[in-house]
Design a protein around this ligand. Structure first.
Ligand code: MG
Ligand code: MG
Ligand code: MG
Length: 307
């Protein structure tokens, strides 16, 4: 039998990474590929809400892949965000909605990248293209991913394609998208039992540019103040992470999902980038960025350009 292809999203998986991997598994089976969804880290509380809602299990956790393992990457392409061993894996396919960076293969592959708000929106269009019917479970999985990545269509990453997909998926799923979505997003903001170290790792990504590495972590909340009660502790673990990983900058964005703003904590030798990128002086290593909710569109580009 043909070897199983592994499908996974990025490290510190979010709802899109998990849900799109699961949907992708189904799509692959429909076209006759033997593929299995796996994950590269813990399931966060928001994603757990979705899995519980559907009464399904999370994909199996993997830590690395062997040389020659065939893989499908969803919701990421940068090797710094992927599985250990990715350099020697055989990448058969990528389905993603991020910038392309530090990516190389030795063989041809299927590569679908669209500048949408969510990977699941690309998958939704693939169902349409292949004329496959979308069942209720896949509709919930894709709708949840879109709600998560676009913060219920409020993030500036949202495109008309995401809106259209979510509208139809909500209908198929038979859910009130706003009601379900808010409940799901709020489930992800229940952070009291997390250590400071866990908090900065819930949704964190490392980027590389010309040999310099920087990390942008993000956490969703309904009260920035609440998270900032642990400022001292958070700064200590950020500082430790900078030293351990050799980062030039660490930005921790605390995002208020109800009012669509973020407070950032920035540490590292390159914090000067914040002033250049956002026109804000750091006060006590912090800055309030009004209207900023998206790492991909509002934080990363200006940091990446100026670092
Ligand atoms: Mg993601
Ligand atoms: Mg995504
Ligand atoms: Mg995200």
């Amino acid at each position: 039998m043909e070897k199983e292809v592994l499908i996974f999203g990025h490290k510190n998986p979010d709802t899109d990474s998990i849900c799109s991997s699961l949907v992708h598994e189904g799509l692959n089976k429909k076209v006759g590929w033997n593929a299995k969804a796996v994950r590269l880290g813990n399931v966060n509380k928001e994603t757990q809400f979705v899995l519980d809602y559907l009464k399904i299990e999370a994909p199996e956790l993997i830590e690395k892949v062997e040389e020659g393992q065939e893989v499908i990457l969803v919701d990421h392409n940068e090797f710094s965000q992927s599985v250990e061993g990715i350099e020697k894996a055989k990448i058969r396919m990528v389905t993603d909605h991020h910038k392309i960076a530090n990516f190389e293969t030795s063989e041809p592959l299927y590569f679908t990248a669209k500048p949408y708000g969510c990977t699941a929106t690309i998958l939704y269009e693939e169902f349409k293209e292949f004329n496959f019917e979308i069942d209720k479970k896949d509709a919930i999985l894709m709708a949840s991913a879109i709600i998560s990545d676009t913060l219920l269509l409020k993030s500036p990453t949202t495109t008309r394609f995401d809106k259209k997909a979510l509208e139809e998926l909500g209908e198929i799923a038979g859910i009130d998208v706003n009601e379900y979505g808010l409940e799901m997003l709020k489930a992800g903001t229940d952070l009291d039992d997390f250590s400071a170290e866990q908090l900065i790792n819930i949704d964190s990504k490392v980027f590389e540019k010309e040999g310099t590495k920087f990390e942008i972590a993000q956490v969703n909340t309904v009260s920035i103040e609440d998270i900032l009660k642990r400022e001292v502790e958070l700064k200590a673990v950020i500082q430790k992470t900078i030293e351990e990983k050799g980062l030039s900058l660490f930005v921790f964005a605390i995002t208020d999902i109800l009012n669509s703003n973020s407070e950032i904590i920035a540490l590292g030798e390159k914090t000067g980038v914040i002033k250049v990128a956002f026109g804000k002086d750091l006060e006590n290593d912090k800055a309030f960025l009004e209207g900023v909710v998206s790492r991909k569109k509002q934080l990363l580009p200006d940091i990446d350009k100026n670092i």
